[in-house]
Design a protein around this ligand. Structure first.
Ligand code: SAH
Length: 193
């Protein structure tokens, strides 16, 4: 539990440094809405957070967490897979997204049969990398300890390695170095040029 919290904090620290009121952000896995709320607090007023989840119950509980009207005004939720990112995000916002967050695996306390799948995760990561603004950041929290999570984490790592180093900088952070099942955070930053 503490490990997870420290990686979440690290992701928030990296992302918080790049968001300002008025900015655009995406929560690709809304889940319990914790990251959605964090993003809203950074971009309000005037910004927008686009949130995706395939579970309606997740979207409903996230929406219930956003109580302030000023934050609600900045939220757009899609009951859809993040694999459809490019189609769902308005064309005018392509290349202008300052931050995208992925929190993989299943929702704690929810239906463990519903979890992210490597194929759609990779498709969504590729889409997300195309949406980023210069200097924009993409974070991925991956859980090798979840069923199927080890392969998904490996594939995410390989996807990061295959990025053009002239366009993207990749940082990998382990919750606990040398523990194969410990959560990992990948942070991908688009060059500013
Ligand atoms: N593993 C994390 C929580 C992840 S929650 C932890 O332990 O803290 C992951 C969320 O992603 C879930 O709410 C799930 O419904 C959602 N999800 C799964 N596949 C998805 C997809 N293809 N598109 C969007 N959301 C998806």
């Amino acid at each position: 539990m503490r490990e997870r919290i420290s990686l979440v904090d690290k992701a928030h620290e990296l992302i918080g440094a790049r968001l300002r009121p008025g900015a655009l952000a995406i929560d690709a896995t809304v889940g319990n809405g914790h990251d959605t709320l964090f993003l809203l607090r950074q971009v309000a007023p005037g910004g927008r957070v686009y949130g995706f989840d395939i579970q309606r119950s997740a979207l409903e509980s996230a929406e219930a967490k956003v109580k302030e009207p000023a934050l609600r005004a900045c939220l757009t939720l899609f009951h859809d897979s993040h694999a459809g990112l490019l189609e769902r995000i308005p064309k005018t916002d392509h290349g202008a997204i300052a931050a995208v967050m992925f929190n993989l695996g299943y929702l704690p306390g929810g239906d463990k049969a519903v979890m992210t799948q490597a194929d759609s995760t990779l498709a969504a990561l590729t889409a997300a990398s195309r949406l980023l603004s210069p200097g924009g950041i993409l974070t991925i929290e991956a859980y090798p300890g979840h069923p199927g999570g080890a392969q998904e984490t490996d594939q995410v790592g390989r996807w990061c390695e295959a990025l053009n180093p002239e366009r993207f900088k990749v940082e990998g952070i382990d919750a606990k170095p040398n523990a194969a099942a410990a959560p990992r955070l990948f942070a991908v930053t688009r060059s500013s040029a």
